[in-house]
Ligand binder design. Sequence first.
Ligand SMILES: [Zn+2]
Length: 409
Amino acid sequence: MPKLRGASVTSRRPCPVCNSHEAQYLHTMHFALPETSPLPANYNVVVCVRCGSGFADSDAPADAYNEYYQSFSKYEDSSVATGGGDDPADRQRIEELADFLSGYLPHSARIVDIGCGNGGLLSTLKNLGFSDLTGFDPSPACIAHVQSKGIDAFNITLPLNNMECSSFHPERPFDLIVLSHVLEHVFDARAVLVSLLPLLAVGGRIYIETPDPARYDTHQFPPFYFFDPEHINHFGKGSLAFLADSLNLKILTIDKKTLRLSNGTHYPAVFGLFELSHLNSQREITGESVYGLLANYLEESRLGINQLKTRILALIGDGTPFVLWGAGSLAQRLIGESWFPLDLLQAVVDRDSKKQGLRFAGKTIVSPEIGLRNLPEKTLILCAAAIATGRIEQDYCSLGLPYKFHLMV
Ligand SMILES: [Zn+2]
C-alpha cells in the first residue's frame, strides 16, 4: 500500500547523522540506472524525527556506495567532472574556498581534503603557499592524477577502517580536514566523522560543505534534481549543528553560500567550520527539521516534472525518433517515469568515458561521434544534462549534424 506523506515509519537505513530509525515518510524516487550500477533503483525520501535530517532510505548496503565511488567516479573524467578546477566557474568556487580557509590557518598548516577528486582545491592551496597537503579519494584514477601534481594522495573508502586510520595516524596530526560536497554522498556521515577525528590535532578544524535544503529550487534546476541516486543525505544548518554538538566539535561558524556553476546557475550550499574541543557538550541536542523544506521542494518538483512531460511529449509527437545526450541523473529520473516514450529512443550518448559501454535504457551508452551516425532523418537530440548545457550545445554544433537539438533544462 502506498505510504502517506508525513506517515511515521521505521527506516531501513539508520539516520546518517544520529543513527535513529524513527522517521517521517515524504516521497518515493524511482530511477532507471545503468545495468551494472550497484546503487538502488528506488528509495524513500524520509526525515529523521530525532535530529531533523533528511535522507534516502533503502535496503542498499554501505558497500554499494563504496563500490560506486571506486568504479563509477564521474569526478575522474576532467571533461565532465567538477572539483578539478578545469572550468572557470569551478576554479572560482575553489579559489573562494581556498581564500576562506587560508584566513584561518598559517601556511605551515597540515591539510587533508577528503574526496579530493582531481585535486583542484589542493593545487589552489599549494599556489597560495601551503605546502603540507594531502588528498584522500576512493577513485584510484583521481589519486594518480593528484600525485602527478606532486601532492600526497591516498586511495581510501569512508569511513576509514582501523588499519587505514592507524597508517595515517601521524606524528603530526592534521590542522584542517576538508569535507566539501562529500557528506551528502556517504552512507553513514556520523561514522565518517568519527573515523576522521583521530587524525585531527587538538584545536584542529573541520570544514564541512553540503547542498542547502533551505534553497533547493526548480527554477534553475530540473525537478527532483537534488534527489539523485548518489545524493542521499540532506543536511540543513540544524543537521550540521547537531553533528557538531554530538561529537564535541565547537561551532566556529555555520552559514549559507551560493556557488556559481559553469552555465551560470546558482547552487545553494551550507557550510560550517568546527574546532576539535575536549569539553563535553552540556546542552540538550535537538536538530531543526528539514521536513517542511523538503515537502515544499517535492511539491514544486512534481509540478515541474509534469511540465517537462508536456514539453517532451509535444516535441516527440506521435512518433519522432530521438536521442538522449546525457545518461546522468535527469535521464535516469525521466526514464524511470512510466510516460517516457522509450520505444522511440534511438541511442544514448555521453562524453563521460566511465559511462560509455554501459547498458542503459536498453541501449549501450556511446560517444556522440558513434551514437549520432546513421539516424532517421527527423531525429531530435534531447539534451538531458542539468549543468554545463552551454558547453554541450557548442559541442553538438561543432559536429555539424542536421538534427534539431533541444535542451531539457
Ligand atoms: Zn537523525
